[in-house]
Ligand binder design. Structure first.
Ligand code: FAD
Length: 495
């Protein structure tokens, strides 16, 4: 059976019938997740070598959109799983990847923290080498599927390496992890999105995902793009659902004294048209973003940064309009519109928040760095930018994304400028590094094996721009070389 047929059957049989209950009682949608796992849908992004479907972001977006039409909570749980899976694909152990493919392993992101809040790029939690392994301590502020997922892709400050972040694969059963209590939110009430505290959580050093200090590169290149695209698909699903529901309501409900349906009232009809227009506009934007990524278009990174902000705000507007046009009827829980209205509000405050994305987009189109230089690297950055001696002459890639897997079979996004390769993209022409080689070797200049994936100009930042614009310490920066053909001042401002 095609995954889309299996998905439709699971939505009809399990997800949709349980949605109101999941919301009312804040119940984690375990039954739906089990059914999705059995059908192989949780393994959609896992490579065929581990038993997964090896599909790509477009298919994952379809899954999330269709789930969101029926149940926002289920969609968000799957979304966070899909956002974390690319890290496991690139840097996780084979047995975990196989368990994901078999639907036995749900994962999620544990990035946001009580200290740095929505600024996930600046974790304050710690990792330290101690007798018997690595000790993790953290105050994670929000973890979707907390206590329900099998693992967390967990951020901390590095053990010893430079850079702001190291990623770990932490089993949710590890001792030292605790949650304050059940999640009782405005929307997405079935998410189990609670804080998670880690006190002296012990993991082995093998639990590190990629290199020590590489976490921000990995988060920006492997996590952020799927998270932003899939959150847009989530918002789109909510919009489609309320637009369809309102259409049914307006056609079926009559003003009997006028012998007219609600849809015959021009002002109501105009609001309905606005909902359709915003929904269609969001779909077009999402499709365009996916096409930009799939074809390596020069503006792909800009689209990725824009799409969640556009979709999240559109969903807030469309669901608000649905509450107005739906009148008192929309207030009633059994109609399901107020549930989507509440659920839609999450996307704008999920990090990067709409405000943060607007800032990123503004920086992107102005040629500014994505993030300001954090305090930890100020001295290194100051000397680097002041000396003017950085060697930009080679395109040799960074040596910092060094897992065996990333160097061999997996088309990983490395810290090398200009590389953004989508796990399971399904593209046979996608550039894949040979064993021991860096995946890209030129400044976006098409080669026989690799299409142009990024641009040289600041106006349309490239897919690789996300990682290249992250702040780095001097020793890391020195491994990033400026291509000969990129005179753009953008590249001189990595800090
Ligand atoms: C339902 C739900 C599920 C979630 N699931 C996860 C998860 O699985 N994993 C995870 O890691 N996180 C998760 N999060 C957390 C999310 O990604 C954000 O980190 C969190 O919502 C931010 O809330 P906060 O109160 O810490 O925001 P704050 O950082 O306090 O921000 C509050 C507001 O201020 C704005 N703001 C912040 N800084 C600035 C600034 N410098 N300038 C101007 N404006 C600023 C923000 O845009 C926001 O609008 C989830 C959140 C929700 C709501």
């Amino acid at each position: 059976m095609q995954y889309s047929d299996a998905l439709a059957a699971i939505i009809d049989d399990v997800v949709a019938p349980n949605a109101a209950d999941v919301d009312r009682n804040a119940t984690f949608p375990r039954q739906s997740l089990d059914a999705l796992g059995r059908a192989g849908i949780l393994g959609l992004l896992t490579g065929a070598d581990a038993g997964g479907a090896g599909l790509g972001l477009r298919q994952a977006a379809e899954v999330v959109e269709h789930l969101a039409r029926a149940c926002g909570s289920t969609a968000m749980v799957v979304l966070m799983h899909f956002a974390a899976v690319p890290v496991l694909e690139a840097h996780g152990p084979k047995d975990v990847r196989e368990a994901v493919a078999a639907g036995r392993h749900l994962t999620t992101l544990a990035f946001s923290e009580a200290g740095s809040r929505s600024h996930f790029w600046a974790p304050l939690s710690s990792a330290a080498r101690v007798d018997g392994g690595v000790r993790l301590d953290a105050r994670k502020s929000w973890v979707t599927s907390a206590g329900e997922a099998a693992s967390y892709v967990w951020s901390s400050r590095p053990l010893a390496g430079e850079g702001p972040m190291t990623l770990w694969l932490v089993p949710s059963s590890a001792s030292g992890l605790s949650q304050p209590g059940p999640f009782d939110g405005l929307g997405l009430r079935g998410n189990a999105s609670t804080p998670v505290t880690g006190e002296a959580v012990m993991v082995s050093e093998d639990a590190m995902l990629a290199g020590d200090g590489d976490g921000l590169d990995i988060a920006l290149s492997l996590v952020l793009p799927p998270f932003l695209v899939l959150t847009s698909a989530f918002s789109l699903g909510l919009m489609e659902a309320v637009t369809a529901d309102i259409g049914t309501h307006l056609g079926a409900t009559r003003l009997e004294h006028l012998d007219q349906a609600l849809v015959q009232q021009p002002i109501i009809r105009s609001g309905f048209a606005s909902m359709r227009l915003q929904t269609d506009r969001t779909r077009a934007f999402l499709d365009d973003t996916l096409a930009a990524l799939e074809t390596g278009r020069a503006d792909a990174t800009l689209r990725v940064l824009e799409v969640k902000a556009a979709a999240a705000e559109a969903a807030v507007e469309v669901t608000d309009l649905a509450m107005k046009i739906g009148g008192g009827a929309a207030f009633r829980k059994e109609v399901g519109i107020e549930r989507r209205f509440r659920d839609a509000r999450a996307a704008r405050v999920m990090a990067p928040t709409t405000d943060a994305l607007l800032d990123f987009v503004g920086r992107a189109i102005s040629g500014l760095p994505l993030l300001d230089t954090p305090r930890w690297s100020l001295s290194g950055m100051a000397s680097a930018s002041g000396s003017g001696t950085t060697d930009w002459s080679s395109t040799t890639s960074s040596t910092r994304t060094t897992s065996a897997r990333s160097k061999s079979s997996w088309p990983v996004v490395s810290t090398q400028r200009g590389t953004l390769h989508w796990p399971g993209s399904g593209r046979s022409d996608w550039p894949r590094p040979a064993a021991g080689e860096s995946p890209r070797s030129s400044c976006g200049t098409p080669t026989a094996t690799s299409p142009r994936l990024w641009s040289c100009g600041p106006t349309h930042p490239s897919p690789g721009w996300l990682t290249s614009m992250a702040p780095r310490s001097e020793s890391v920066r020195s491994t990033h070389r400026r291509p000969h053909c990129c005179p753009s001042p953008t590249y001189g401002r990595l800090g």
